[in-house]
Design a protein around this ligand. Structure first.
Ligand SMILES: C[S@@+](CC[C@H](N)C(=O)[O-])C[C@H]1O[C@@H](n2cnc3c(N)ncnc32)[C@H](O)[C@@H]1O
Length: 222
């Protein structure tokens, strides 16, 4: 019944997103999750390393992390958000931004030490292809960090989306159904394990806040 209604338009939603409004209308518990994730990654990724950020949005995190690593490549399909990122990161010699869908852009293989993706997994219709792309791009024993909402965040997410101006039609056990077509999946630990195990990644799930999971996946030597 729902599948007819929710024609996928996630990319279009991000082309016109009002980012200031997204941040302003976020539930404080979700804001806390995002702050904790950033702090965690800043603590764990530093030094002479190459970093890929998939779904980098307006470049806020690249702005911080690029000050403490060798090089950062950011990818996003929202031209609107990338424009803000380019403005913010102008002149930063160790940063490269790529416009496009992570699943389709050309990336070097076995190149990065870390691939990260923050607050993006729930939006993906094809999470397996997306994560596979990150896996291919990192070196053996390289690390993928991907965070997402926990299932406890569902009501706060609905509140935030509604405050932003989206229409929430309901929920299933797997997703929040948004009339505008934005994909908003709900992950549990067991769904995350299934997803990463399929890709033969060694996974540890950290609960940095009650509303979030931080997945740390290692690419095992072939
Ligand atoms: C909720 S935002 C998070 C942005 C940023 N990571 C942050 O934490 O502020 C999700 C981002 O992922 C991007 N995105 C989602 N799916 C993508 C894909 N398949 N390829 C490229 N960008 C994608 C969106 O355009 C958006 O910028």
């Amino acid at each position: 019944m729902w599948s007819d209604m929710s024609v996928r338009k996630t990319e279009q939603v991000y082309q016109t997103v009002d980012w200031n409004r997204v941040i302003k209308t976020l539930d404080p518990r979700i804001k806390r999750y995002l702050v904790k994730s950033k702090k965690f990654l800043m603590k764990n990724i530093k030094g002479n390393v190459l970093v890929l950020e998939a779904g980098c949005g307006d470049g806020s995190f690249i702005d911080e992390i690029s000050r403490q690593v060798e090089k950062v490549v950011g990818i996003d399909y929202s031209e609107k958000l990338l424009k803000e990122a380019r403005k913010k990161l102008k002149g930063r010699k160790n940063v490269k931004l790529i416009a496009g869908n992570v699943e389709r852009v050309r990336l070097p293989k076995n190149y990065f030490d870390y691939a990260i993706s923050m607050w993006t997994l729930p939006n993906l219709d094809h999470p397996e292809g997306f994560i596979k792309k990150l896996k291919d791009a990192i070196k053996e024993n390289g690390v993928i960090f991907i965070d997402t909402y926990s299932e406890k965040a569902t009501q706060a997410r609905i509140k935030s989306y509604t405050a932003y101006g989206l229409t929430v039609l309901g929920t299933t056990k797997d997703e929040i159904l948004v009339k505008e077509g934005l994909t908003e999946k709900i992950y549990t630990k067991s769904k995350l394990r299934k997803l990463f195990n399929k890709l033969n990644l060694s996974l540890k799930i950290l609960e940095l806040t009650p509303f979030s999971y931080m997945c740390k996946a290692i690419k095992l030597p072939a």
